[in-house]
Design a binder for this molecule. Structure first.
Ligand SMILES: NC(=O)c1ccc[n+]([C@@H]2O[C@H](COP(=O)([O-])OP(=O)(O)OC[C@H]3O[C@@H](n4cnc5c(N)ncnc54)[C@H](OP(=O)(O)O)[C@@H]3O)[C@@H](O)[C@H]2O)c1
Length: 246
C-alpha cells in the first residue's frame, strides 16, 4: 500500500517542493491551498495528486480535509505537514488586532485543529506530524513580533504534542527554516526593492553565506520521515545555514 502525505500550503514554495518530492517517490499526496488556479495546475502536472481548497482563516474548513482522508484513504495517513503560512513585517506601534489574530489562526490554531482531527488517522499508521516553523521562532528580530510569537507557539506545540502522541506511536517534529527562496515576501505585498534589501541583509548574516533553497528544506522533511529516523520526536530542527546560533 502506498504511503500518504498531507501538506497544507502545497500550492507554493516549501509546501509545493515537499509535494513534488513525495509525489516523485510514489506517495499518495494531498495538498491544500486557497489559490484555485495553482491547485488545478499542480493536479494537472501530477496526475493522481489530490488537491483541496482550504483556508486557515475559515472556521471549520479543516473538516473537508478530514472527510477526504476518511473516504479516500480509508482513514489512514502517514505524514501531516503543517506548512501553510504567511509573514508580516509590522512595527509594534502599528500592530492591529486582525493581523495578530490571523497570524495565530494560521500558524497555531489551524494546525492544532487539523492535527487533532488527524490523530486517529496517524495512529493507524504510527505516523508523523511535521510542523514548518521558522528561525524567527528561535532568533529575535524587530518588527516581526506577530510572526515570531506564532512560530515560537508552534515550536512549543511541537514539544507538547510529541509527548502527548508518543503513546499512540505518532512522532511530532518541527523544521525551522532560515531565509529560503520562495515567493513568501512577494506574497506579503512588500515592494521589490525592500525584498532585495532583506535578501541581501539575510544572506550576509547567515554563517554559510547563502539563502536556502526549497530543496534544502525538503531534504530534511524527507530525512525525518524515513525509517532510519524513527527515534526522533519533539525536536525543532534548524535548517538555516547556521543563522539561529548567531
Ligand atoms: N521562505 C522562507 O524564508 C521561510 C522561512 C522560514 C519559515 N517559512 C515557513 O514556511 C512555510 C511555507 O512558506 P513559503 O516560504 O513556502 O511561502 P509561500 O511560497 O508564500 O507559500 C505559502 C503557502 O501557504 C498557503 N497559505 C497561506 N495563507 C493561507 C491561508 N490563510 N489558508 C490556507 N493556506 C494558506 C499558500 O496557499 P495559497 O496561496 O494557495 O493560499 C501557499 O501554498 C510557512 O509556514 C512559512 O512561515 C518560510
Amino acid at each position: 500500500m502506498k504511503k500518504s502525505i498531507l501538506i497544507t500550503g502545497g500550492t507554493s514554495g516549501i509546501g509545493e517542493g515537499i509535494a513534488r518530492y513525495f509525489y516523485a517517490e510514489g506517495w499518495q499526496v494531498l495538498i491544500t491551498g486557497r489559490n484555485k488556479e495553482k491547485l488545478a495546475a499542480l493536479s494537472n502536472a501530477m496526475p493522481g495528486l489530490h488537491a483541496l481548497e482550504y483556508d486557515t482563516l475559515i472556521e471549520g474548513d479543516e473538516l473537508k480535509i478530514l472527510q477526504f482522508i476518511r473516504s479516500t484513504w480509508d482513514g489512514k495517513l502517514d505524514v501531516l505537514v503543517n506548512n501553510a503560512g504567511h509573514v508580516e513585517l509590522t512595527p509594534l506601534k502599528q500592530i492591529k488586532s486582525k493581523s495578530m489574530v490571523d497570524m495565530y489562526r494560521t500558524h497555531v490554531i489551524a494546525p492544532s485543529l487539523l492535527s487533532s482531527g488527524c490523530i486517529d488517522f496517524l495512529a493507524a499508521t504510527k505516523g508523523h506530524i511535521i510542523n514548518i516553523s521558522s528561525s524567527h521562532g528561535i532568533k529575535v528580530y524587530p518588527e516581526l513580533s506577530a510572526y515570531a510569537a506564532a512560530k515560537a507557539g508552534i515550536n512549543m506545540l511541537t514539544k507538547v504534542w510529541s509527548l502527548e502522541l508518543a503513546p499512540h506511536g505518532i512522532r511530532v517534529n518541527a523544521i525551522a527554516p532560515g531565509p529560503t527562496n520562495t515567493p513568501v515576501l512577494d506574497n506579503a505585498g512588500l515592494p521589490v526593492e525592500i525584498i532585495q534589501a532583506i535578501h541581501e541583509s539575510e544572506r550576509t548574516s547567515i554563517p554559510l553565506q547563502r539563502r536556502g533553497s526549497v530543496s534544502d528544506i525538503v531534504a530534511h522533511v524527507a530525512m525525518l520521515v524515513t525509517a532510519d529516523s524513527t527515534w526522533v520526536t519533539g525536536t525543532i530542527l534548524p535548517v538555516d545555514g547556521g543563522l539561529s546560533i548567531t
